[in-house]
Design a protein around this ligand. Structure first.
Ligand SMILES: Cc1cc2nc3c(=O)[nH]c(=O)nc-3n(C[C@H](O)[C@H](O)[C@H](O)COP(=O)(O)OP(=O)(O)OC[C@H]3O[C@@H](n4cnc5c(N)ncnc54)[C@H](O)[C@@H]3O)c2cc1C
Length: 396
């Protein structure tokens, strides 16, 4: 049975994440405005915080664990700030989720401790990843793949110590020829020419990668499956599987920011003497102020989005198929966080756009939720295929 109610132990653990977040927020504006600065891996307050913070209760069988807890923690961290952490985990990259979803046990042991970015997008290939043109050619004499091509908009692309990147091993095979490869930074031929400048999530480093005759060991093919299925797109489906983990994570990141906006707006309303009366009941909405009524609609949107995301994570944790659910939660969150952060600004007016506060930054930061890991439009195409049996051809 699915039950997403939090235990006292869950609340204690998530409470600490939020307490960290409160400290991190004081750095949020600084890194937003100084986009070229890299955030240190450890902030000055870190040691004292972890020394002083009360001991956390041990996690028991009845407490939330696994993928669902990971998503809740992710929301909590992003409630603090999208990019700033007291101590940065070295295992938080999108490539790590890809490794977890599709790597062999040996690959997980070898690369699991690295911070891995994920590079799919190219100058000529975004929403349709089957158009990947970066190539990986096997050199049978040396047992190495030789990689050539260009990747853009790689999240954590500067800090990452390695990357899970997509390349085709056979262009004529189309999508069936696309595979994922693990490439370590420092490998000759793997270069990082620049960092991107962005509307939001500016503290996050987003990079371009260039691979020029970059040689990697044969066993760095993620999942080790070199076969090219003839009549189906089975191989491609294999690499697409990584999105089933990264899409709920992306949704959770956005929802963390949205929750920060909701909490801030609730506090501001209360300070202005506007109470959110949840007991108004059916037909009672008329008793609420327009601001309170609008706020409650935003909260409901948030709850719906959070539940679809947790359900998707619960399926992943059980090893059950979650392809459809990962698109549903990503599409819903992408749209919800935009409506929520903008709605909060509408409710608060000038306070909402003041650079003295963080709400306008949260609106900019949350905008990415609907873009990376597949745009909202692409998720809706996947949902139409999964729910209504449309084919790729029908939806072209
Ligand atoms: C900050 C940031 C970080 C990123 N991080 C990563 C990363 O770590 N790794 C990575 O590989 N990529 C990353 N990306 C790239 C991201 O995944 C792509 O931007 C995204 O997939 C969209 O691709 P595109 O920008 O080329 O847009 P396009 O594919 O050119 O699409 C443009 C518009 O057309 C719409 N569209 C396209 N096809 C259809 C269709 N068939 N039907 C209806 N509408 C359609 C899209 O929804 C979009 O609105 C990142 C991007 C940004 C901005």
């Amino acid at each position: 049975m699915i039950d997403f109610r939090l235990t006292e132990t869950d609340k204690a653990h998530l409470g600490r994440t939020r307490a960290e977040g409160v400290i991190c927020r004081q750095y949020a504006r600084e890194f937003d405005e100084n986009e070229s600065e890299m955030i240190p891996d450890v902030l000055p307050e870190a040691d004292q915080f972890f020394k002083d913070y009360p001991e956390l209760p041990e996690v028991g069988d009845d407490d939330t664990q696994g993928v669902v807890m990971m998503l809740l923690q992710c929301m909590g961290q992003n409630w603090g700030d999208y990019s700033v952490r007291l101590r940065r985990s070295m295992r938080g990259g999108l490539g790590n989720a890809a490794l977890a979803a599709a790597g062999t046990e040996e690959q997980k042991a070898k690369f699991g401790e690295m911070l891995l970015s994920m590079a799919i997008t190219e100058p000529g290939c975004g929403s349709d990843p089957s158009r990947v043109s970066t190539t990986a050619v096997l050199d049978e004499d040396t047992n190495e793949w030789i990689i050539n091509g260009e990747k853009i908009f790689v999240t954590t692309g500067i800090r990452a110590t390695g990357v899970v990147m997509w390349a085709t091993i056979d262009k004529a095979a189309g999508r069936a020829g696309i595979k994922s490869f693990l490439v370590e930074k420092g490998t000759p031929g793997f270069n990082v020419p620049h960092k991107e400048k962005k509307l939001g999530i500016r503290a996050d480093d987003t990079a371009a990668y260039v691979f020029t005759d970059c040689r990697i060991p044969r066993e760095n093919l993620l999942g080790l499956d070199e076969s090219i299925p003839k009549a189906s797109s089975g191989g491609f489906r294999g690499v697409m599987k990584t999105f089933n983990m990264t899409r709920p994570l992306t949704a959770a990141m956005g929802l963390g920011i949205a929750e920060a906006a909701i909490d801030f707006t609730r506090d501001e309303l209360e300070e202005a003497g506007i109470t959110i009366d949840y007991t108004a009941g059916p037909g009672g909405l008329g008793r609420l102020s327009a601001a309170a009524e609008k706020f409650m609609r935003l909260e409901a949107l948030f709850d719906a989005s959070k539940l679809t995301t947790l359900q998707c994570g619960w399926l992943a944790g059980k090893g059950l198929p979650n392809n459809l659910e990962s698109s549903i939660c990503k599409a819903h969150a992408g749209s919800a966080v935009r409506q929520i952060t903008q709605g909060c600004i509408e409710i608060l007016g000038s306070v909402g756009i003041s650079r003295e506060l963080l709400l306008e930054k949260w609106m900019r930061d949350s905008r990415i939720t609907d873009i990376y890991e597949g745009t909202g439009e692409i998720q809706r195409l996947i949902i139409a295929r999964g729910l209504l049996d449309y084919t790729r051809h029908d939806l072209k």
